[in-house]
Ligand binder design. Structure first.
Ligand code: TMP
Length: 210
């Protein structure tokens, strides 16, 4: 089934919230319902944007300036929006992106404490204020996520940040959810995989029955 309008759905959350599991369950759900969908991610989603992702997440002897980091995320985003998100949406597809601009407000705004106005400016000027139709925010205490990722391999430049950084990220996500209640759905990611999947299915059934 191809929609006339297309839809843009994003998945957000701090580290170790189980985004991948939710995305897998979501694609299963959309496949069953016969929807035409596309899975993508940020940072990344295109050949160039994936290169930018490597630059962002690598470790360096010098400190990356917070604004350098912000601009790199937006450089990748512009490329991703123009070459993947908008064309697929125009073709009537459901585009599901593992993270989008809310992550910049949460990580660079909250975590790195860059004034929100600077991020707004980039959002308006470079991605034409593109907003998701639906955003699933996976939420649980920071320690829960950090424990889950503790056993994974080498950590990237963002994952090595301290708890206070991630607490600010989480709080900024909550703030975004309060600001945009129409598109945000907060999901308690602390439960079992089955519980989280059930919540996601419930949200989607409700969303698509509108
Ligand atoms: P990932 O873990 O979802 O692959 O994302 C990589 C990291 O990038 C993750 O720590 C969140 C971070 N991030 C930002 O800091 N700002 C952004 O705008 C995006 C999209 C991701």
């Amino acid at each position: 089934m191809t929609l006339t309008q297309g839809l843009f759905i994003t998945i957000e959350g701090t580290e170790g919230m189980g985004k991948s599991t939710v995305i897998a369950s979501l694609s299963e759900f959309l496949k069953e319902k016969g929807f035409d969908y596309l899975l993508t991610r940020e940072p990344g989603g295109t050949e160039i944007a994936e290169k930018i992702r490597q630059v962002i997440l690598a470790h360096y002897d010098e400190t990356m300036q917070a604004e350098t980091e912000l601009l790199l995320y937006f450089a990748g985003r512009l490329q991703h929006v123009q070459t993947v998100v908008l064309p697929a949406k125009s073709a009537g597809k459901i585009v599901i992106s593992d993270r989008f601009t809310d992550a910049s407000f949460a990580y660079q705004g909250g975590g790195r404490q860059i004034p929100v106005e600077k991020i707004r400016l980039l959002e308006q000027h470079f991605i034409n204020d593109l907003q998701p139709d639906l955003t699933l925010l996976l939420d649980a205490p920071i320690e829960v996520g950090l424990n889950r990722i503790a056993s994974r391999g080498e950590k990237d430049r963002i994952e090595i940040e301290n708890i206070a950084f991630f607490e600010r990220v989480r709080e900024s996500y909550h703030q975004r959810a309060r600001e945009y209640p129409n598109r945000f759905r907060l999901i308690d990611a602390g439960g079992s995989v089955e519980e989280v999947q059930e919540k996601v299915h419930h949200i989607f059934n409700e969303f698509f029955s509108k």
